[in-house]
Design a protein around this ligand. Structure first.
Ligand SMILES: NC(=O)c1ccc[n+]([C@@H]2O[C@H](COP(=O)([O-])OP(=O)(O)OC[C@H]3O[C@@H](n4cnc5c(N)ncnc54)[C@H](OP(=O)(O)O)[C@@H]3O)[C@@H](O)[C@H]2O)c1
Length: 246
């Protein structure tokens, strides 16, 4: 039980990588705080975790609303007394070609993928600074390493998160003992593509169906590795991709 009694907030816990990570952490003794907009899915996950002997709290919220994430932190402290880590995982990927000017989708990516992470960090930081410790895990992407068709905005948001993580680490780790990790997955089999509306991108995606993607559990394992190292070890980046992905 490497995470016995450790308290972790997981954003975007209602599906995919966030859900798998919540289960992995709870199996290893962590008290997990599950947040996303789909309260029903979070309640189902909480029941599953508790049926397996784990401990979970559900706080519904939208990461783009700073008051919501503030409430997540408030409820976490009220129920569990402290916070050891936050996994800023909530994200969206409505890929599209720029010439199609899907400006609302561009803004949604900036709001969720960048501002959502900033809101999460701002909400936990006073507790981490007071505790002189904590772990911030930001879910970036392979998209921070390379552009792919239709991904100009998405890649920009994930590059921002990778560099933001490095800035956080340099400012917070030496001074306050707050470790910071950027997780950068390649293709993972989740619902992430469900927000794509650009027909040309959807056609292109069909070409990827022959490849074996990662499973959400593979990324949960990578996150678990990063948070279970000794405090003196800061795992900066974890770049993990399917063996078959170019
Ligand atoms: N799948 C991949 O290939 C891949 C690769 C690299 C990186 N990633 C990153 O991994 C992270 C998790 O994605 P996933 O692949 O697990 O996709 P997913 O299954 O679609 O999960 C996305 C999660 O984000 C939540 N979310 C979306 N908008 C939100 C908002 N405004 N406020 C709160 N929660 C919100 C969703 O919950 P609700 O809808 O219930 O709010 C859901 O729980 C994302 O940051 C994604 O960019 C994924």
């Amino acid at each position: 039980m490497k995470l016995e009694n450790k308290v972790f907030i997981i954003t975007g816990a209602s599906s995919g990588i966030g859900k798998a990570t919540a289960k992995k952490f709870a199996e290893n003794g962590a008290k997990v705080v599950l947040t996303a907009r789909s309260e029903g899915k979070l309640e189902d996950l909480k029941s599953e975790i508790e049926a397996n002997g784990g401990s979970a709290l559900v706080v519904e919220g939208d990461v783009t609303i700073s008051e919501d994430i503030g409430m997540v932190v408030q409820q976490t402290l009220a129920n569990f007394g402290t916070i050891h880590g936050i996994i800023n995982n909530a994200g969206v990927m409505p890929l599209s070609y720029i010439e199609n000017l899907k400006v609302d989708e561009w803004n949604m990516m900036v709001d969720v993928n960048i501002k959502g992470v900033l809101n999460g960090v701002a909400a936990v930081l006073p507790t981490f600074i007071e505790n002189k410790g904590g772990h911030i895990i930001n879910i970036s992407s392979m998209a921070a390493h390379r552009y792919f068709p239709g991904g100009a905005i998405y890649c920009a948001t994930k590059s921002a998160i990778k560099m933001f993580s490095e800035g956080l680490r340099q400012e917070l780790a030496p001074k306050y003992g707050i470790n910071v990790t950027s997780i950068e997955p390649g293709l993972v089999s989740t619902n992430l593509m469900s927000t794509i509306t650009d027909e040309k991108i959807l056609d292109m995606m069909k070409g990827m169906e022959d490849m074996t993607p990662l499973e959400s559990e593979d990324i949960a394992n990578a996150i678990f590795y990063a948070v279970t190292q000794p405090d003196r070890v800061n795992v900066n980046d974890v770049y993990v991709v399917p063996s078959e992905q170019q």
